[in-house]
Design a protein around this ligand. Structure first.
Ligand SMILES: *[C@@H]1O[C@H](CO)[C@@H](O)[C@H](O)[C@H]1NC(C)=O
Ligand SMILES: *[C@@H]1O[C@H](CO)[C@@H](O)[C@H](O)[C@H]1NC(C)=O
Ligand SMILES: *[C@@H]1O[C@H](CO)[C@@H](O)[C@H](O)[C@H]1NC(C)=O
Ligand SMILES: *[C@@H]1O[C@H](CO)[C@@H](O)[C@H](O)[C@H]1NC(C)=O
Ligand SMILES: *[C@@H]1O[C@H](CO)[C@@H](O)[C@H](O)[C@H]1NC(C)=O
Ligand SMILES: *[C@@H]1O[C@H](CO)[C@@H](O)[C@H](O)[C@H]1NC(C)=O
Ligand SMILES: *[C@@H]1O[C@H](CO)[C@@H](O)[C@H](O)[C@H]1NC(C)=O
Ligand SMILES: *[C@@H]1O[C@H](CO)[C@@H](O)[C@H](O)[C@H]1NC(C)=O
Length: 396
């Protein structure tokens, strides 16, 4: 498709009232309606995308509700989804309780009672407190998946202030913190139960959960200590390359492995550093965040359009990488909230505008994978990822 000329665009505005009236917030509300057409009340996650993607669908819903307090629909949707997913979601866990956890002694299961409330029959989680058992049913064999759910429940807690949601995140954190420490310094954790690969995403999530809990849970000091240790390790062990961006992980001998620089790996860390800053307003963390954010913008945008592009765009992303760009923008927006920067706003606005104009199915408002267009693959993952950006634009 040829880019629309400005003149054609302005006549389009006049011809189509819905476009003319749309604001960043109304676009996000429209896109939320579409996202909910995939929500499955029996599975507690969203049809057409996977388990960990579900955590990100829930997070974007919470993020919209946090800025859209005058929409009763959005508020009710968020609360209903959190409550329903809290009870039924574990049924969709592909590997409940990380069944292959090296030392698990029994096969636990999640069952739904006649009231539809799932209850857990855990194997033998070694309980350090009640929260651990609550978190256990959200974990599977991939520690990054677990991390996404922890952040999703923290977002739900931020909106509702329901302690039971925060307890899930605390329980998941306790689980992650009890797994075998990774080689390369013994501070971080492995990517999954096989204890082989030390990757960026899992450790960024682990760090981000600790930093979020340092601002929310009791025992704040313990989480703060963990988060600071993790950042000291993460920032020096080799994940960050000479260009200031973050590669996928480390080699067996603890060097940067040069594997793909995914957008989400530049993003999660920004949210983590923003939370670390929030603890006592130590600006060092903002300086580090801004270096990564600017390096990422340089790497992932075309400086003419300022729209974020994944290396697999427009049509080679798999079921996981379809989720990544929105995660980057969500966290860039969190950083921008505490340290506003024109470069960040430009990228958020340009990406949101491009999604709406070039990456949207005009018939049904579904949003696709490639934010620069044309509309290709569309599912709940591409859509929720794009929605992260519409929400970020609405929050500016
Ligand atoms: C909900 O998800 C379950 C499990 O994936 C599936 O079997 C069922 O068909 C879905 N229901 C709807 C209404 O899509
Ligand atoms: C929460 O979900 C459970 C299980 O589906 C249901 O029994 C309960 O009524 C719901 N509570 C609220 C406040 O919606
Ligand atoms: C798992 O069990 C093995 C053998 O009993 C033991 O050496 C190891 O420390 C245990 N690991 C954990 C994480 O408990
Ligand atoms: C995480 O585990 C370490 C020991 O490996 C412990 O020192 C730390 O306090 C734990 N973090 C929390 C928040 O409990
Ligand atoms: C840094 O960026 C340059 C230019 O984009 C690229 O050629 C080089 O491979 C990058 N270096 C690393 C370590 O990623
Ligand atoms: C701020 O954070 C940096 C990096 O972790 C640390 O070296 C420094 O001591 C901290 N300063 C204060 C006042 O906490
Ligand atoms: C940037 O995007 C514009 C518009 O799509 C395109 O014409 C230009 O070639 C792109 N530049 C680079 C360096 O990719
Ligand atoms: C996507 O991630 C999940 C777990 O996080 C993994 O099991 C699956 O193999 C991944 N899919 C691809 C295509 O890499």
């Amino acid at each position: 498709m040829k880019p629309l000329t400005p003149i054609f665009l302005s006549s389009l505005y006049l011809l189509t009232p819905t476009t003319a009236q749309s604001t960043p917030l109304s676009r996000a509300e429209t896109a939320l309606d579409v996202l909910q057409s995939w929500y499955n009340t029996s599975s507690g996650i969203w049809n057409t995308c996977g388990w960990w993607n579900g955590a990100n669908c829930m997070t974007v819903l919470a993020d919209l509700a946090l800025i859209d307090d005058s929409s009763e629909t959005v508020q009710e949707t968020a609360r209903e989804v959190f409550n329903n997913t809290y009870y039924v979601g574990p049924k969709s866990n592909p590997l409940p309780f990380g069944r292959l956890e090296p030392n698990a002694t029994a096969s636990p299961s999640v069952t739904a009672s006649s009231s539809g409330v799932a209850s857990s029959m855990a194997a033998t989680p070694t309980t350090t407190d009640g929260a651990y058992e609550v978190g256990w049913k959200w974990i599977d064999g991939s520690y990054d998946d677990d991390g996404w759910w922890a952040l999703a429940w923290i977002a739900a807690y931020d909106l509702t202030e329901e302690q039971k949601y925060l307890d899930v995140a605390i329980g998941i954190y306790e689980h992650l913190n009890s797994t075998k420490k990774a080689s390369c310094g013994g501070t971080g954790i492995y990517s999954d139960i096989t204890n082989v690969y030390v990757n960026a995403v899992t450790n960024e999530l682990f760090l981000s959960i600790a930093a979020h809990l340092a601002n929310r849970a009791s025992n704040k000091q313990k989480y703060r200590q963990d988060a600071e240790n993790l950042w000291n390790w993460f920032s020096t062990v080799g994940f960050i390359n000479d260009n200031g961006t973050i590669n996928d992980g480390l080699t067996d001998d603890c060097k940067n492995n040069g594997q793909t620089e995914w957008t989400y790996n530049q993003g999660i860390i920004l949210g983590a550093l923003t939370e670390l800053y929030t603890i006592n307003e130590n600006k060092t963390y903002l300086t580090s965040a801004s270096h990564i954010a600017k390096a990422a913008i340089k790497t992932f945008t075309n400086s003419t359009t300022n729209v974020i592009q994944e290396s697999c765009d427009p049509d080679a992303c798999d079921e996981n990488s379809t989720q990544f760009k929105g995660i980057f923008i969500r966290n860039l927006a969190a950083l921008n909230d505490v340290a506003p920067d024109n470069d960040y706003e430009k990228v958020i606005k340009a990406s949101a505008e491009s999604i709406w104009r070039k990456d949207r199915d005009a018939e049904n408002d579904e949003l696709g994978e490639a934010w620069t267009g044309p509309l290709g693959l569309v599912d709940a993952s591409t859509h929720s990822s794009a929605l992260d950006t519409l929400v970020a634009a609405a929050g500016l």
